[in-house]
Design a binder for this molecule. Structure first.
Ligand code: DAH
Length: 380
């Protein structure tokens, strides 16, 4: 029987020498201390505690040792690894606390900061007023129709019975884009000249050509005339045009429609319109339409004690033009005037905005200064 082998020498295994184990431990502790953030610490952790770290490799050597040497080396390596893990956990906690503190500072929300440094804008009152008018008619079953702003002269004038000699065709009012084909008599859209539309009435023509009667359309849009911009004129402005073509329509329908519109727009008792004879080539008979002054409701008339600035104590405010669609217009659009009749009206949105909101200078409406727009809010 052989005696236990007492002749082993633990220092034979280089990686398990006490000073080597200590150096491994110290290097690990130094690496953790040097790790400036959690990512670096993760790298140091892999290097010093991972499966291929010096201490893990040293640990693997232990198994081959005789019992006593195994116990000694196991204790040394175990203590070194314990110290390393403890240091790692402490550094981890330290760096996490630092990160949490930094996140709290960096992501802090200062609830006392002013929240509306960039103030919200507002829609232009011309747009909201125009939409308001559209809504009134859409509620009655009308469709919204649009046409081009660069328009054939035929649509803008000829089809509306505005002949070549009509003053509105003179260069004073109209922006011409292209002249008529020299060889043509301007008798059709294809070979007539091109203008910036001077009114929304050409959308009447387009609607009658595109749709089968009955036609009920409301046509808002931008129009152009060669006026200088001043307090009461602007070369670009907005109109709303209305057209109804059906069997049996009369001027009573026109009047009722106008009354309904001013009641909806201005509200309250006693809002109504009146018609004064006038002339437009595209309506026959034609009229100028006024509405009762929505401020004094007519009570300032002949009453010096109650003067009204809105209507200059006249009791009425002029709105625009209207009439029964001229049979020539219906014919030009291929609609049988024996079967169908219609009414139309048109008016300027700028003018209505001016008297409805006491805007005194047209330039305020076009300059785009948000201080003008904002008080109107989103809805007027
Ligand atoms: N288009 C005309 C203008 O700009 C206004 C107008 C008058 C339109 C009578 C109409 C109407 O529909 O029937 O002056």
């Amino acid at each position: 029987m052989s005696a236990p082998n007492k002749s082993y020498d633990p220092v034979e295994v280089e990686a398990l020498k006490p000073e080597v184990i200590e150096r491994m431990r110290d290097e690990a502790l130094a690496a953790f201390a040097a790790a400036a953030d959690l990512d670096r610490l993760q790298e140091a952790k892999t290097a010093h505690t991972g499966g291929t770290s010096p201490l893990a490799l040293a640990n693997r050597e232990i198994g081959a040792l005789p019992p006593q040497a195994k116990a000694d080396a196991g204790k040394r390596v175990g203590m070194a690894r314990g110290a390393v893990n403890k240091a790692l956990a402490a550094r981890q906690a330290e760096l996490e606390a630092e990160r949490d503190a930094r996140v709290l500072v960096e992501e802090a929300v200062d609830v006392t900061l002013p929240h509306d440094r960039v103030p919200a804008g507002a829609r232009h009152p011309l747009t909201t007023l125009s939409e308001r008018i559209e809504d009134i008619f859409v509620a009655m079953g009308y469709a919204v129709a649009e046409g081009p702003e660069v328009e054939a002269e035929w649509f803008n004038f000829d089809a509306l019975n505005i002949g070549p000699d009509h003053p509105a065709r003179g260069e004073q009012d109209t922006f011409f884009v292209e002249g008529a084909d020299a060889a043509s008599d301007g008798g059709s859209a294809a070979d007539s000249g091109v203008v910036l539309r001077t009114h929304t009435s050409p959308v009447q023509i387009r609607s009658l050509i595109d749709r089968e009667p009955p036609v009920y359309v409301i046509c808002p849009g931008r129009v152009y005339r060669t006026d200088e911009l001043d307090a009461t004129h602007t070369p670009v402005f907005h109109q709303v045009e209305l057209l109804a073509v059906d069997e049996g329509l009369t001027m009573a329908d026109l009047k009722g429609t106008l009354d309904h519109m001013v009641q909806e727009l201005f509200g309250g008792e006693g809002m109504k319109t009146r018609l004064r004879p006038n002339f437009f080539p595209f309506t026959e008979p034609s009229a100028e339409m006024d509405m009762v002054c929505y401020v004094c409701r007519g009570e300032s008339v002949g009453n010096p004690d109650r003067p009204c600035r809105t209507c200059s104590s006249e009791g009425w405010i002029e709105l625009g033009g209207c009439g029964m669609v001229n049979p020539k217009v219906l014919t030009a659009c291929g609609v049988d005037p024996e079967k169908y009749s219609g009414f139309a009206f048109g008016f300027g949105i700028e003018r209505m905005l001016m008297f409805r909101h006491n805007v005194e200078d047209m330039r305020d409406m076009v300059e785009g200064d948000v201080r003008f727009t904002r008080p109107f809010g989103m809805e007027i």
